[in-house]
Design a protein around this ligand. Structure first.
Ligand SMILES: N[C@@H](CCC(=O)N[C@@H](CS)C(=O)NCC(=O)O)C(=O)O
Length: 194
């Protein structure tokens, strides 16, 4: 089983942390998705041209959520509840909006401009972070699940890339601190590769 991804992707990192936590055996291959070689690998395996994707024998599985469901089913793990699915959807929506904003910045746009696209992304991120901040108390004493790992990876990526001021979200910062003390996060820390 081979997981393709990049060292800095929060979507890839959540799977790496979860796979390690589940003690599942896999090979991890880093690709630079902006290099010609990386683009060729994406073209070969994944028409969405995104990471992560997983090769398992004859099977190719694309998208972190689908990879998670594929592996959970294979390992006969319980399905996520609808509430967990909703939480995952909100984490993903904030993550996607922040990726869009980052790609806009890297494309030379000023994302502080008064433009509908930027405002929509920022409104979404602000709403979701506030909601997750309120909800994060629920994560306090439970074991680390895929949802918690996904939230941790989003928060740590925001801090790593300095994408959003997290100071007003004290519960999320406390959650981030707690997970970094609980899980062996150093191995997948994007700062080690930057
Ligand atoms: N829905 C996808 C999102 C994955 C995603 O956005 N990955 C980013 C890296 S963090 C990517 O490959 N971006 C390339 C692009 O947007 O062109 C998933 O859950 O796997």
């Amino acid at each position: 089983m081979i997981l393709y991804g990049s060292h800095t992707s929060p979507y890839v990192r959540r799977l790496r942390l979860w796979l390690d936590e589940q003690k599942l055996d896999y090979e991890y291959i880093h690709i630079d998705i902006f290099s010609p070689e990386g683009r060729a690998t994406l073209s070969q395996h994944n028409p969405t041209k995104k990471i992560p994707f997983l090769l398992d024998g004859e099977e190719t599985v694309v998208d972190s959520g689908v990879i998670y469901r594929y592996l959970s089913e294979k390992c006969k793990l319980p399905k996520l509840s609808w509430q967990q699915e909703n939480t995952l959807t909100t984490i993903n929506a904030a993550n996607d909006s922040l990726i869009e904003l980052l790609l806009c910045q890297r494309s030379g746009f000023n994302t502080d401009d008064d433009k509908l696209f930027f405002k929509l992304q920022k409104e979404r991120v602000a709403t979701i972070l506030s909601l997750l901040n309120e909800q994060s108390v629920k994560f306090k004493d439970s074991d680390c699940s895929y949802i918690e790992i996904s939230l941790y990876c989003l928060l740590d990526w925001i801090l790593f890339r300095n994408l959003w001021d997290l100071q007003p979200y004290s519960a999320l910062l406390a959650f981030h601190h707690k997970v970094s003390e609980t899980l062996p996060v150093a191995k997948t820390d994007p700062r080690n590769y930057a």
